[in-house]
Design a protein around this ligand. Structure first.
Ligand code: E4P
Length: 214
């Protein structure tokens, strides 16, 4: 499973990228607003740091506006993926953009039927929001599993990008359920390699080594 970082913070992206295991970046208007800077400038800086896909979201809610925004966004860098909300107008825009070879990430997906339509429209990525489903008492992992089955049955090539990941258990489940990508905040990236028994074990090994060599 590829690992994307879900942030618009250049500082966080630099820190995550230094691990050498980050395959791409996802942003959204909320993450962008937190930076308080010109979004285009932020995207240029991110794309210069990361060679993998960088998702940048449109603001328009009409297909023509989305398509025009997409044309501007892809001019910023060659690794931009245009993030489009899963609404009727968004599906129309994805169909147009995919026919022109422009990569899309269809966001705010909460059902298998939505994922079916996104794949039929030619989306490069579909982003089911698993944490937000958990928040309302549903099971985000069930949605991931169902989309995986659907895409495998019909041979859709749209990649499943597990989004709204809140903790390491979400990553584990997404990976085991066959998500192609998981996008997560820096705190979750760090939680992937930390284990109390690793730390305790290493401490004991180092102490024993010191004792034996003193
Ligand atoms: C994904 O592309 C979104 O930016 C993100 O995962 C949303 O996560 P949240 O539900 O924690 O805001």
């Amino acid at each position: 499973m590829k690992i994307f970082i879900d942030t618009a913070s250049v500082k966080e992206i630099k820190e995550a990228a230094s691990l050498g295991l980050i395959d791409g970046v996802t942003t959204n208007p909320t993450l962008m607003a937190k930076e308080g800077r010109n979004p285009e400038q932020v995207l240029k800086e991110i794309c210069a740091l990361v060679s993998g896909p960088v998702s940048a979201e449109v603001i328009s809610i009409e297909s023509s506006g989305m398509v025009n925004e997409a044309y501007e966004l892809v001019k910023l860098a060659k690794n931009i993926v245009v993030k489009i909300p899963l609404i009727r107008e968004g599906l129309k825009a994805v169909k147009i953009l995919s026919s022109q070879g422009i990569k899309t990430n269809v966001t705010l997906c909460f059902s298998v039927n939505q994922a079916l339509l996104a794949a039929k429209a030619g989306a490069t990525y579909i982003s089911p929001f698993i944490g937000r489903l958990d928040d309302i008492g549903q099971n985000g992992n069930d949605l991931l599993a169902e989309i995986r089955s659907l895409y495998d049955i019909y041979g859709f090539t749209t990649k499943i990008l597990a989004a709204s990941i809140r903790h390491a258990a979400h990553v584990r489940e997404a990976a085991l359920l066959g998500a192609d990508v998981g996008t997560m905040p820096l705190s979750v990236v760090k939680a992937l390699y930390k284990h109390p028994l690793t730390e305790k074990g290493l401490e004991a090994f180092l102490a024993d080594h010191k004792k034996a060599n003193s």
